[in-house]
Design a protein around this ligand. Structure first.
Ligand SMILES: Cc1cc2nc3c(=O)[nH]c(=O)nc-3n(C[C@H](O)[C@H](O)[C@H](O)COP(=O)(O)OP(=O)(O)OC[C@H]3O[C@@H](n4cnc5c(N)ncnc54)[C@H](O)[C@@H]3O)c2cc1C
Length: 422
């Protein structure tokens, strides 16, 4: 019997495993896929520089992962969208767009979100109360539903406040030159990770945890850490024996996995201003960015289309070529003088909506679901502990450093238990 079995080798799982191993415990990490990293998945075959298919940025200078990034000697690129951010709504462009009178009526959304006192309401209700139309309405939707991924009629204002979404809008971002998934791989370097182990059953109790794979392999340990994504847990694809307590299922009801996909485009030549960092817009795709900035002028021109919410579901439902064509037609609309569709060389859709190992991109709190992350994190299932970005309450939720912090917390819970029972 092992000391600890960790389910999932994403950021939360490898962090929990690494910390438990450092505490002298025998650890096995079981992972369904043939790689470490989970939603951190860098493409190194799209062009000569890494392109992120999942998580892309280290968000803010306060991210919990910085000590690991520095200790690992990773080179980083500062990505401050700031001056290079272009917004195009209804044919009008920033900065001229920002003088639209409807935006004055909208007020300071970020301040209002930070200071939100409740009672809870959805983003759609909040925006409707402002009684704004046109540019201000699109702007509000863009600001409040782009990172959290949910649709405006699902997203809880209390949840957005507690998830500290505001910090994302105010901080700076960084990329890892080597590709973001180099970080979890680095943390997993000395761990026993069993790849291709698709967990179908978790048996738990006061004496330990046994995980069983689809092919009947089993690993038993004195304690377990579950880092399965919210989307996977909600499908009941993994059976818990005994069933999880009602508090856990209620917590999962209060959370939702938001739809997200990326379409990566490689072009023959760069057709955008070298200073461009991000392009926000109001079509079937609301954000494009270039993985180039900070990498120099002579690298292959690539654009990433970042698609969330109902727009992601729509592109997910199309065949890949048709989904890619939607983005190209959108770019032609935004840049009619250039016609980017004539310059494209290759595209790739990365669809997290249908990915069976995530069932979505990352989690958000549904209207009425405040407190669900803490309830999911609670160590109230005997020897089975909980981590993963959905369980984070101490930092910006649903990001890489949230997963990391949750892994550290779960490892501390496991080692405290191991110490107590020794
Ligand atoms: C498109 C996209 C863009 C993002 N951008 C950013 C960003 O810029 N910055 C940021 O900080 N965050 C970003 N995120 C969020 C970030 O990727 C996640 O918050 C974080 O990686 C989650 O880590 P985790 O360990 O909790 O979950 P995961 O990485 O999902 O790890 C869970 C692991 O469990 C495994 N698993 C699933 N089912 C089973 C099973 N049955 N048996 C065994 N193993 C199983 C999975 O394969 C996976 O490896 C983004 C996410 C997406 C999808």
């Amino acid at each position: 019997m092992e000391d600890v079995v960790v389910i999932g080798a994403g950021m939360a799982g490898v962090t929990a495993g690494r910390d438990c191993a450092r505490a002298g415990l025998d650890v096995v990490v079981v992972e369904a896929q043939d790689r470490v990293g989970g939603r951190m998945h860098t493409a190194r075959d799209f062009c000569e520089h890494p392109v992120e298919q999942g998580a892309e940025f280290v968000h803010t200078a306060e991210a919990d992962t910085w000590p690991e990034i520095r200790a690992g000697g990773f080179e980083t690129i500062t990505c401050q969208p700031g001056a290079g951010f272009l917004l195009s709504i209804d044919g009008r462009r920033s900065p001229e767009l920002f003088s639209d009178p409807s935006l004055v009526k909208l007020g300071d959304l970020l301040h209002d979100l930070e200071a939100f006192q409740g009672p809870d309401c959805t983003v759609a209700e909040l925006v409707a109360r402002r009684n704004v139309e046109g540019i201000a309405r699109v702007f509000a939707d863009q600001m409040l539903t782009l990172h959290p991924l949910g649709d405006a009629d699902q997203l809880s204002m209390v949840g957005l406040r507690d998830d500290r979404v505001v910090d994302l809008e105010r901080g700076c971002d960084w990329r890892l030159v080597a590709g973001y998934d180099a970080l979890p791989r680095h943390l997993a370097a000395d761990l026993d990770v069993r790849l291709g182990f698709v967990v179908s059953e978790v048996r738990w109790g006061p004496d330990g945890v046994t995980v069983r794979s689809e092919t009947g392999d089993e690993v038993s340990a004195r304690a377990g850490v579950c880092t399965l994504p919210i989307g996977v847990l909600k499908t009941h694809a993994v059976r818990f024996e005994p069933d999880l307590p009602a508090t856990k299922w209620r917590a999962l009801d209060g959370l939702e996995m938001g739809p997200v996909l990326k379409v990566l485009y490689r072009f023959r030549e760069r057709f955008w201003d070298p200073g461009l960092t991000m392009l926000g817009c109001d079509g079937p795709i609301r954000l494009y960015w270039t993985p180039l900035y900070g990498r120099g002028d002579d690298v292959t021109p690539v654009l990433t289309a970042y698609v969330t919410g109902h727009r992601a579901r729509a592109l997910s439902a199309l065949p890949e070529d048709e989904a890619a064509a939607v983005g190209l037609a959108d770019l032609d609309r935004l840049l009619p003088d250039v016609r980017p569709s004539q310059l494209v060389e290759e595209w790739r859709r990365v669809d997290w909506c249908t990915n069976p190992r995530t069932r979505g991109g990352y989690s958000f709190v549904r209207y009425g679901g405040a407190g669900s992350r803490a309830a999911l994190a609670a160590s109230d299932t005997d020897a089975l502990f909980w981590a993963g970005d959905g369980t984070s309450t101490t930092t910006i939720a649903a990001v890489v450093h949230a997963a990391y912090a949750s892994g550290r917390r779960a490892a501390a819970e496991v080692t405290a238990r191991a110490g107590g029972s020794a």
